[in-house]
Design a protein around this ligand. Structure first.
Ligand SMILES: [Zn+2]
Length: 357
């Protein structure tokens, strides 16, 4: 993809540097002409003057332009998904989820235990060992679902005792082995888009969350779905998350204008009515709050519709970005106004390409 089309506008990026805005992490890198160094937006170094700054979408591009990576913010190490140096470990974790990892095991794989812990802390907001525990719990939950008995599940999923298993399960999911048989966990994963990493959550019942995963917001996003659906939340993968990642990639490649994903739009009856109405706004078009209010037969409810639009949990798929003010102004967007602007522009250009007449 062409880098220049995937960057936020330069003023937004420069402000992010000055404010050391962590929400912009992974979206762009900046280089400083006077020092020859490139950094992540959240770098703690003194912000450079505007005229000395050059922006890049990737570390490769910055390196090719002759810049060196900053030793302070280490832009080469940051990635929204699993970085190359960590893939071997992540593959091993998937292949053998019940294995108990020691620092010595990591060193043997050529990894620094400190670096591994730091990555898990930043990426999942939990320690490496807590992550391993949640993976084991996730595995156990699936086995309980499949009807295996509690004792064998505890042992098969890598727990040394039944009581330790019950305690961990209760701590992480708030449930007991018996109650969990009836409730399916919601799995959460992240994937990269040209507008930054997105967080997707779902299970067999459908996709229940798709949001731009600004790291600062992560714990809040987890709490929100946990409260809404009263189901345990675990990091992991699920076919519905893979499908969402694929369709979103196609949307960004302009090969998809409609989504065929199973959605969980649970909310109040008013919220569900508004969200279903949003689903009917065609690709590349916009509607005003007033128009939606009329269509819903609630002409005075523009304000409530605006709020409900902002409460949408399924970014892009439920196209709340296609709602604008009656005078055509864009107004707010939970994922940031620059993203809304980018999405509308993206759809407008795609329509021109598909329909040249
Ligand atoms: Zn730096």
């Amino acid at each position: 993809m062409n880098a220049t089309t995937t960057l936020p506008d330069t003023e937004t990026m420069y402000q992010a540097i000055v404010n050391r805005d962590a929400e912009m992490e992974g979206l762009f890198l900046f280089a400083v002409k006077t020092t020859g160094i490139f950094c992540r937006p959240g770098c703690r170094s003194k912000p450079p003057k505007r005229e000395n700054v050059e922006f890049f979408a990737t570390a490769d591009e910055a390196s090719q332009a002759g810049y060196r990576a900053c030793k302070r913010c280490r832009p080469l190490e940051f990635s929204g998904s699993v970085p190359a140096w960590l893939t071997k470990l992540v593959d091993a974790l998937e292949a053998e989820p019940t294995r108990r990892w020691t620092d010595a095991d990591l060193v043997e794989m050529g990894l620094s235990p400190i670096r591994v812990r730091r990555w898990f802390q930043e990426h999942y907001q939990m320690t490496f060992h807590a992550y391993l525990r949640t993976r084991r719990i996730g595995l156990a939950v699936n086995m309980l679902h499949a009807g295996q008995d509690v004792t064998s599940v505890a042992l098969d999923s890598g727990f040394e005792s039944l009581s330790g298993f019950r305690d961990s399960l209760r701590k992480w999911t708030g449930e007991t082995p018996t109650s969990i048989r009836s409730g399916e966990p919601i799995l959460v994963d992240r994937f990269l888009t040209p507008l930054g990493p997105m967080l997707a959550a779902g299970n067999d019942a459908g996709l229940c969350l798709l949001e731009f995963a600004d790291r600062k917001m992560l714990p809040k996003q987890f709490q929100r779905i946990s409260r809404q659906f009263a189901e345990p939340i675990l990091p992991g993968t699920h076919p519905v998350l893979a499908l969402a990642a694929q369709q979103i990639a196609e949307y960004f490649d302009r090969t998809r204008t409609e989504f065929t994903l199973p959605l969980r739009l649970d909310g109040t009856s008013f919220q569900e009515a508004v969200w279903n109405r949003l689903l009917q706004i065609p690709y590349g078009q916009t509607r005003s709050y007033g128009e939606l209010a009329m269509q819903l037969g609630k002409p005075t409810a523009s304000r409530a519709i605006g709020r409900t639009n902002g409460d949408n949990r399924l970014a892009i798929v439920v196209p709340c970005h296609r709602v604008v003010r009656s005078d055509g102004h864009l107004c707010g967007y939970a994922g940031g106004l620059w993203r809304k602007k980018w999405l509308l522009e993206h759809e407008r250009k795609a329509k021109q390409t598909v329909l040249p007449l």
